[in-house]
Write a protein of this length. Structure first.
Length: 84
């Protein structure tokens, strides 16, 4: 029984190998640049969202402090409202 070995690839010439390697190198560099750009965009967005969250939390905290101090102030002026 003889096997059909026609499915094997033909060996590449040195010029073809160099061209393939150069193309692969260019593709790899492009993929790395794209990945770095995506990472920078991701972290920039993450920092922006973090800053927004911290600002919201600070505003909420300030609102609670202001409401609490106003409540204490109104209780000091008219203790009848606090009891009622």
């Amino acid at each position: 029984m003889t096997e059909d070995l026609s499915f094997r690839r033909k060996p590449l010439t040195p010029e073809q190998r160099q061209a393939r390697d150069a193309a692969r190198r260019i593709e790899a560099e492009k993929a790395m640049r794209d990945h770095e750009e995506a990472q920078k965009a991701f972290y920039a967005n993450k920092e922006r969202l973090r800053a927004e969250r911290l600002a919201r939390e600070a505003a909420a905290r300030e609102g609670l402090i202001l409401r609490g101090s106003l409540r204490q102030y109104s209780d000091a002026i008219c203790p009848c409202d606090a009891a009622g």
